[in-house]
Design a protein around this ligand. Structure first.
Ligand SMILES: Cc1cc2nc3c(=O)[nH]c(=O)nc-3n(C[C@H](O)[C@H](O)[C@H](O)COP(=O)(O)OP(=O)(O)OC[C@H]3O[C@@H](n4cnc5c(N)ncnc54)[C@H](O)[C@@H]3O)c2cc1C
Length: 188
């Protein structure tokens, strides 16, 4: 029996687990997917929570729900990959040997790496790229009663390059309801 281990049960890992379980004979291949938790976030929804288009509850599901039977789901933090031994170590569930390893651990934002930003975070500077942050952003927009709103991309790469632009349009329609200034009128 050959072993496939997938690291990360986010979008990429979950799609691969579904496709591979369909395509590969379970008598020949075992599939194990490892993630630190069982919470799936529909991340594009983070953009919509500040504007009450999605509720936080709507965009939070169980990861297991999206994994097919015949895939072994291990919930534990990944701590090491030994490339020579072809072995993954987890924090609490031991080691897993693999013949093929798929890495799909995604990327995350790090506001704390931008000088000065941690002091302002969730006070005058907000983000919408994480579950808790988008809810703080929602609260801030509710309280915003005028002034300047600046959309800043501190550093690339980011998960969704188009989301800041979408955010600007949504904020415009929330804060400057129609009639819009003439320069913002859509042209068909
Ligand atoms: C605001 C926003 C808007 C977006 N809009 C769109 C859109 O409109 N269209 C689109 O296509 N995409 C959009 N995206 C991007 C999309 O959500 C990501 O591209 C996608 O989720 C990436 O999938 P992934 O599997 O690579 O990573 P993720 O889905 O982030 O999964 C990574 C997984 O790895 C796990 N993991 C990481 N490190 C460890 C570890 N050490 N141990 C155990 N587990 C670990 C995490 O828990 C997580 O479950 C958006 C993202 C955001 C934030």
């Amino acid at each position: 029996m050959k072993k496939i281990v997938i690291l990360g049960a986010g979008c990429g890992g979950t799609m691969m687990a579904n496709k591979l379980r369909r395509d590969l004979d379970p008598d020949d291949w075992s599939i194990t997917i490892i993630d630190k938790d069982n919470v799936h976030y529909y991340q594009p929804g983070f953009l919509f929570v500040p504007f009450d288009i999605n509720t936080p509850k709507e965009i939070r599901k169980s990861k297991r729900e999206f994994l097919p039977t015949g895939v072994n789901f291990v919930i534990s933090e990944l701590v090491n990959v030994d490339w020579d031994k072809q072995e993954v170590t987890t924090a609490t569930k031991g080691k897993f040997k693999y013949d093929i390893l798929l890495m799909s651990t995604g990327c995350d934002i790090r506001p704390e790496e931008i000088e000065g930003l941690p002091d302002a975070w969730n006070k005058s500077a907000f983000g919408f790229y994480r579950y808790d942050d988008c809810q703080e952003m929602r609260k801030a927009l509710k309280k915003f009663d005028g002034g300047k709103l600046v959309v800043n991309i501190a550093e690339m790469p980011i998960k969704c390059p188009v989301a800041p632009l979408e955010f600007a349009f949504l904020a415009l329609s929330l804060l400057c309801p129609a009639p819009l200034p003439s320069r913002w009128q859509p042209v068909f």
